[in-house]
Design a protein around this ligand. Structure first.
Ligand code: SAM
Length: 356
């Protein structure tokens, strides 16, 4: 009797905590479905498919495949309906738009990179927190993963993800361009590293601007894969490509606006200083620098996505995210003036400054 009295029923886990603990279950279910091409198979089929059809196409296990597909239904990525005694599956609208390879809005390459690099790399977080980012840790991270090894073989450090994903900022470029009307006043000639998504969006909003995408040779050699059609981007002739290295100022083409989008957060403090001093040297007086990164709140209590990214950068490259006042301090140290920071869109913000 006394034993029963002393027994304490554990409190139920708060849903919020539960979601955090098991959040990676959902990511991994999505990653597996994308790796197996389930959404593409359902899209290319002329009618909804049974789990048995998909199992045969994948040469997989029927029970396991059915459970994965039912989980995707609960995640609102698939829909299912009963025909006779059989359940048939089809893609949800969201899956067709974002999770099939022929869709212009496909995120499959990005998801594949998350699965093959981010997911295993994040496992090094404990070491990174204990040791800080060491060269040893970065080497360990890189040598553990085929894709990263390939990336690092181009140049030490994470420089080269082009070809695996389009520019990270592609889902915010429209909002970004609308906000950047002030750049029009100073820029006739802009320069940015990447495969061009930002550049093509810029040329639509600023038809008078000539834009050079300047990146390392492997990125530039892949850039033609990402060139949109003239119908999709009538001003695309304003975008050209040049090989250059932002650590070697003599290789950087001249421009009156330099755009560093998701570049600075990749690098350690000394390398960030080098990049900024090179950009400053190359800019003419009155020219501008536009930085696209996630901006942390001043008290560093959010946004959550930017904080998580700052930890991710710690593990992956030794870089970090910064607050608006940290950017101001950093840029003023290099001689830039009129530093303005603006929040744009979920996880994509901008900092603009000028050379006197
Ligand atoms: C994280 S990606 C950002 C791509 C794109 N700007 C965006 O916003 O998504 C970093 C880019 O910097 C380029 N990069 C790395 N090292 C470089 C260097 N030394 N000189 C020029 N570009 C470099 C990479 O090739 C890659 O395109």
């Amino acid at each position: 009797m006394s034993e029963t009295k002393n027994f304490q029923v554990p409190s139920p886990m708060p849903e919020k905590l539960h979601k955090v603990i098991e959040g990676f279950f959902l990511s991994k279910a999505l990653f597996a479905a994308c790796e197996f091409g389930i959404f593409d198979k359902l899209r290319s089929a002329s009618s909804p498919q049974s789990a048995d059809d998909i199992t045969k196409a994948l040469s997989s296990d029927l029970d396991a495949t059915t459970r994965l597909m039912d989980t995707l239904v609960a995640m609102e990525l698939l829909e299912k309906s009963k025909q006779g005694d059989q359940w048939l599956y089809s893609n949800s609208e969201m899956a067709t738009k974002f999770l099939t390879k022929d869709s212009p809005d496909s995120y499959l390459d990005m998801i594949s990179m998350r699965n093959k690099t981010t997911y295993p790399i994040f496992g090094n977080l404990e070491s990174a927190v204990l040791e800080g980012t060491t060269q040893e840790l970065l080497t360990k991270v890189a040598t553990k993963n085929d894709l990263l090894r390939e990336i690092w073989s181009v140049r030490r450090g994470l420089h080269q993800i082009v070809g695996k994903i389009q520019d990270f900022c592609s889902n915010s470029v429209e909002k970004l361009c609308k906000l950047l009307l002030f750049t029009r006043k100073i820029a006739t000639n802009a320069l940015t590293p990447a495969v061009g998504t930002l550049a093509y969006a810029f040329c639509q909003y600023y038809p008078e601007m000539k834009i050079t995408v300047c990146d390392l040779e492997p990125a530039v050699s892949l850039a033609h894969h990402f060139r949109p059609s003239v119908e999709a981007c009538p001003n695309q002739a304003n975008v050209s490509f040049a090989v250059g290295d932002f650590f070697k100022p003599e290789t950087i083409p001249k421009a009156d606006l330099y755009v560093l989008s998701h570049v600075l957060h990749d690098w350690s403090e000394d390398k960030v200083d080098l990049i900024l001093s090179n950009v400053y040297k190359c800019l003419p007086s009155g020219g501008g620098l536009l930085i696209c990164e996630q901006i942390l709140d001043e008290d560093k209590s959010g946004p959550l996505h930017a904080l998580i990214y700052s930890i991710y950068m710690l593990v992956l490259t030794g870089g970090k995210e910064r607050s608006a006042s940290e950017y101001k301090h950093l840029l003023e140290k290099h001689g830039f003036v009129d530093v303005q920071a603006k929040k744009v869109y979920f996880s994509k913000d901008v900092i603009f400054c000028r050379k006197m």
